[in-house]
Ligand binder design. Structure first.
Ligand code: PSU
Ligand code: MN
Length: 306
């Protein structure tokens, strides 16, 4: 049984030990509106290539797990409606039944692991939702980070989440949270959540070395690199706070639950900020793709020396 179908350039890169960066597809299907989603998907792939890496965007299409998509496939996904949002719980069922679905952070990590890709760039990870003490809404992304050996570069957890609780769960699960180049945990659209990060690193080489060391120790799981949004693109916390509260109230009023919550909040914040949240989102994903490419490059160099 072939587990996955790599794009030709991904297969080449993996065979020769060249840097590959995994990319998710839920951000395309559920995270951003068309046509910006397609532009961003292409742009992020171009950013990885510009840094000397090969991008591998993941998706399940008609029952096949693709590691690296053609431009035509990206275009189809960006416009598709009713695509499943796949996580650890349902990726296997989707493949087995011949379905089509976009991969979340958790599902992308699983795909990266089986393909042998160590580094993954995204926008934000899922986390503990506000009100989780009542709803129990905690993203499977956190438990995936605890068990799958992939370094995930994100701009922190979105401010729609409960960031302190998200950090607590990550700590409990043994996931290193590494702020890049600053002391504070970034908060997606803003550079700081006002909370000190458990770890700080200032270079891609340090992050790659920590990834390799974790594997050498036999500690399962990955690392979360929290990379702050570039200063010129951030929206400050004070501006966003009331907007996020409004979006959360609207989600409640509309009875949105489960997998629908994150996409609903993102869309609502997009409307309430008149598109500014999307501009910031695009800038931070691209910034993460660039750092992930550097980490993947350092990791390849380490593996060649070993
Ligand atoms: N962050 C974004 N855009 C997104 C997501 C997160 O900026 O589209 C997606 C990711 O795919 C993430 C998922 O894995 O939302 C988390 O969903 P949930 O909270 O339902 O686990
Ligand atoms: Mn959830």
């Amino acid at each position: 049984m072939t587990l996955f179908t790599p794009a030709p350039d991904v297969a080449d890169a993996l065979a020769t030990g060249a840097p590959v960066v995994a990319l998710e597809s839920t951000i395309i299907t559920h995270g951003m509106p068309y046509p910006q989603n397609l532009d961003v998907a292409r742009q992020v792939e171009a950013d990885v290539r510009a840094g000397g890496g090969v991008p591998a965007t993941m998706a399940v299409i008609n029952g096949t797990l693709h590691v690296g998509l053609t431009d035509a496939a990206l275009e189809d996904l960006a416009q598709a409606r009713n695509v499943a949002k796949l996580s650890r719980a349902d990726m296997a069922a989707c493949i087995a039944s011949g379905g089509t679905g976009a991969t979340t952070v958790a599902a992308t990590m699983i795909a990266a692991r089986i393909a042998g890709i160590a580094v993954f760039a995204t926008g934000g990870i899922g986390g503990v939702h506000q009100g989780a003490e009542a709803s129990f809404d905690i993203s499977a992304d956190l438990m995936e980070l605890a068990q799958t050996p992939v370094t995930v570069v994100a701009a922190g957890a979105k401010a729609i989440l409960d960031i302190p609780k998200t950090l607590e769960v990550l700590e409990t699960q043994g996931v290193p949270v590494i702020a890049f180049g600053q002391d504070d945990v970034p908060a997606f659209w803003s550079r700081s959540a006002g909370i000190s990060a458990p770890l700080r690193m200032d270079s891609a080489a340090e992050i790659a070395a920590a990834h390799a060391q974790r594997a050498a120790l036999g500690v399962p799981g990955g690392q979360l690199v929290a990379n702050p949004i570039p200063a010129e693109d951030e929206i400050d916390r004070a501006t966003l706070a009331p907007i996020i509260e409004q979006a959360a109230r609207d989600a409640d009023a509309h009875g949105i639950t489960g997998k629908g919550v994150t996409p609903y909040l993102l869309q609502r914040i997009f409307e309430l900020t008149e598109g500014r949240s999307l501009t910031a989102n695009i800038a931070l994903v691209r910034n993460n793709a660039r750092l992930a490419t550097q980490i993947a490059t350092e990791l390849c160099a380490l593996q060649k020396d070993a």
